[in-house]
Ligand binder design. Structure first.
Ligand code: NAP
Length: 452
């Protein structure tokens, strides 16, 4: 019998559990730990609330979660409630699937001013992550600046641009919906430090901007490379360029309404402006953000190099969507440069592995984590050898330790009670209304605990 602990119940965690079941069938017991009382990590608090079809992948994880050989162990913070060394004593293999929940910093003056956010915090806020429920972004200004040209930037732009009706069927949390409904934002500037050919936005996600009810995307035709240069791109990037080119063509007919220098589409009251070759240099303001200083760049060997030309954009809110870092865990070696655990193809040290964003950094789609999970299980299988387990106690050992330490962990069946309550609380047409306080989740999971 093999006893495997997986730390993190997001896509990388559940794909790894699925792979373990396929590899060892009844000869494995898998415990999936999570610091949150609720499972699915990025699916719940990262994937945009209006992308319900992407969130539906969680149903696949449920099949794994409901296996007799897999147990969810929620509300347990590894590194605080139980150490890595303790887990390694209890389990034959420990796999860190903790993702990359922390924002990378811009490293610019003014970054800590009020109403400047990293995307982990901002996305967590509208997705009901308890850590960010009290973020209170202020949308009382006309211009928002979004830094970054990836899919997270697109998520944030879309959330800022949508009307209340466009959130029908989404699970955006009530506090975010109410706050966004009072938004004064009319101009959203998306800064890319490099050019259109260097964006990491995927075509389906970029194309969604063209379908927004009250906003329209605009690209300055002067920023686009010659059409012939698109031929060298892969098919996905060619489609992405098709969207950017169509946004530039639409711009030709737009009216300049003097909206802080921005353009706006006739009949739509929010302009989404792509500002390419634009590197942020400072966040401006005294008591709160008032603007952003930008340096024009040019591409040199694929890198953005400042030209010395600078300009300011007034802005009342800035969201930096520039990538994420894995959280450190005491006693686990960390790769500072990569913002992830130090590892060689997923191996960290004997008995300790990592997978997904915690292994390779924050890249790829949710599905990219599946082959990752299967690959790490193959490595563990090779390391454990033909005899399999090393005689470690696994879950009974953890339960004994949890009892002595008073660890109040949440099981999958208890998450299902939280789930039922969230579904029952949903506003009309929404799949659920998430609890945003851990105490309220625990009160549903363990009804004997008083709701605070
Ligand atoms: P990303 O694709 O790596 O984009 C990060 C962006 O930030 C890049 O444009 C990068 O520019 C820019 N950047 C980094 N440091 C910067 C700095 N100091 N100043 C200015 N710009 C800076 O990452 P992401 O958008 O966070 O997405 C993470 C992963 O999740 C991606 O694989 C993404 O596809 C995936 N995702 C998918 C979906 C979906 O499929 N619907 C939704 C959300 C996220 P450079 O290129 O110049 O470095």
């Amino acid at each position: 019998m093999r006893h495997i602990a997986i730390v993190g119940s997001g896509p990388a965690g559940y794909y790894t559990a699925e792979a373990a079941l396929k590899q060892w069938r009844d000869d494995v017991r898998v415990d999936i730990f999570d610091s949150s009382p609720v499972p699915f990590g990025l699916i719940r608090t990262g994937v945009a609330p209006d992308h319900q079809s992407i969130k539906s992948v969680a149903r696949r994880y449920e099949t794994t979660a409901l296996s007799d050989n897999v147990h969810f162990v929620g509300n347990v913070m590894v590194g605080r409630d139980i150490s890595i060394d303790e887990l390694r004593e209890l389990y034959d293999a420990v796999v860190l699937a903790t993702g990359a929940p922390n924002d990378r910093k811009l490293g610019l003056p003014g970054e800590d001013l009020p109403n400047v956010f990293g995307s982990a915090a901002f996305v967590g806020w509208y997705n009901g992550h308890p850590q960010f429920a009290e973020l209170h972004p202020d949308f009382g200004h006309e211009t928002a600046v979004i830094v970054g040209n990836g899919n997270v930037a697109l998520d944030v732009v879309r959330i800022l641009a949508k009307s209340g009706e466009e959130f029908a069927g989404s699970d955006i949390v009530a506090h975010a919906l109410a706050s966004l409904e009072g938004s004064q934002i009319r101009r959203i500037v998306v800064l890319g430090r490099r050019g259109p050919h260097q964006v990491t936005m995927t075509p389906k996600e970029l194309g969604e901007l063209a379908k927004l009810a009250r906003a329209c995307p605009r690209v300055d035709p002067a920023d686009l490379p010659a059409l012939a240069e698109d031929a060298a791109l892969d098919p996905g990037m060619r489609k992405t360029m098709g969207h950017l080119r169509s946004f530039a063509m639409a711009g030709d007919t737009a009216n300049d309404n003097g909206n802080e220098g921005g353009i706006i589409c006739p009949g739509r009251d929010i302009a989404i402006e792509f500002d390419f070759f634009a590197a942020p240099r400072a966040i401006l303001g005294t008591d709160r953000v008032e603007g952003i200083e930008i340096e024009r760049t040019k591409l040199v060997d694929g890198k953005a190099v400042g030209t010395g030309e600078t300009y300011h954009i007034p802005a009342g809110i800035v969201v930096a969507c520039i990538g994420y870092q894995t959280s450190r865990i005491p006693d686990v070696p960390y790769d500072e440069q990569g913002g992830r655990f130090a590892n060689v193809e997923g191996r960290i040290m004997p008995g300790l592995y990592c997978v997904g964003w915690a292994r390779r950094g924050p890249t790829g789609t949710i599905g990219t984590n599946r082959p990752d999970g299967f690959a790490i299980i193959e490595k563990i299988d090779a390391d454990l050898g033909a005899d399999g387990g090393t005689g470690k106690p696994g879950r009974p050992g953890f339960e004994a330790l949890a009892a002595t330490r008073g660890i109040d962990f949440v099981k999958f069946t208890e998450w299902q009670k939280i789930d039922e309550a969230e579904v029952a609380n949903a506003r009309q047409g929404a799949p659920r209304e998430k609890f945003v306080e851990v105490d309220r989740m625990i009160a549903k999971a363990h009804p004997s605990v008083q709701e605070s």
